[in-house]
Design a protein around this ligand. Structure first.
Ligand code: ATP
Ligand code: MG
Length: 243
């Protein structure tokens, strides 16, 4: 279980970036955040991971204040998939394994689980294929799938996704969405979504605006209310001109 209780946060001690944020995620469930750029979505992750210390409120995991866990224990239990997945100089296998002590079979199993195995098999040298700094020879979708495999290999209890804004082709998008759904199973998940297709089945969706939660509910409930979320959804569906 994850709970935020009236969390307020500022990077510089002046401007409030998160303002009295409260939400709860039950074990195994998924919640999602949507909202315009700069509304504070990634900042929620920054305080949850303790990359930054928040000034007010409480963040609890299973009822225990996150400040009582060591940073190492906290970060080990969380699988973080960032907006722009980072690949390192090495091989496909070393990028999935990272610094963990896991076997080749486990690396492959993780890649298979997220459907990254398909494109890896087509590479010369497959799992030993070279990855150059930043992985520039791979598409955004492929980098994302490798980041998923890395996350799955670390077997986190909590999954945090900060979805990429970059466009990926629709075939890869389908694989990414399917892999995401599989990864979420049995894991408490916080998803930051730009494509609403990712989060239609979330247990609760929170709409963030200037650091405040202004709407929340399930996809259908929010659509019915026809307020901000409805507008975002129409925008995403291409019904409103990008003007
Ligand atoms: P996006 O959809 O573009 O990813 P977001 O909702 O994730 O946006 P945040 O990254 O949380 O937005 O940013 C919220 C506010 O905090 C913005 O005004 C941003 O400029 C500021 N901010 C973000 N990161 C930092 C930082 N490391 N130091 C100082 N200010 C920051
Ligand atoms: Mg962000």
């Amino acid at each position: 279980d994850i709970e935020f209780k009236n969390v307020s946060f500022s990077y510089d001690g002046k401007q409030k970036i998160l303002d009295q944020i409260s939400f709860k995620v039950n074990k195994g469930e998924t919640i999602a955040f949507v909202g315009s750029t700069g509304s504070g979505k990634s900042s929620i992750i920054n305080v949850f991971m303790r990359f930054y210390e928040f000034q007010e409120g409480q963040v609890l995991i299973d009822g225990i204040d996150i400040r009582r866990y060591s940073q190492e224990a906290l970060r080990q239990s969380i699988g973080l998939v960032l907006q722009d997945p980072f690949l390192y100089h090495g091989t496909i296998a070393s990028n999935i394994r990272m610094y963990q002590d896991i076997s080749d079979q486990e690396v492959k199993a993780a890649a298979e689980f997220v459907d990254a195995d398909q494109f890896i098999q087509k590479l010369p040298n497959q799992y030993d294929a070279k990855v150059t700094e930043r992985g520039s020879s791979f598409s955004t979708g492929q980098r994302q799938l490798l980041a998923f495999a890395r996350t799955v290999a670390s077997k986190p209890k909590i999954l945090i996704l900060d979805e990429a804004t970059a466009n990926i082709d629709s075939a890869t998008e389908e694989i990414v969405q399917r892999s995401l759904a599989k990864m979420r199973q049995g894991r408490t998940t916080i998803a930051i979504a730009h494509r609403l297709s990712t989060i239609q089945d979330a247990n609760c969706i929170y709409v963030l605006d200037k650091g405040k939660i202004i709407e929340s509910g399930r996809h259908e409930d929010l659509l019915e209310k026809q307020v901000t979320y409805y507008k975002i959804n129409q925008f995403a569906a291409g019904m409103i001109d990008n003007a």
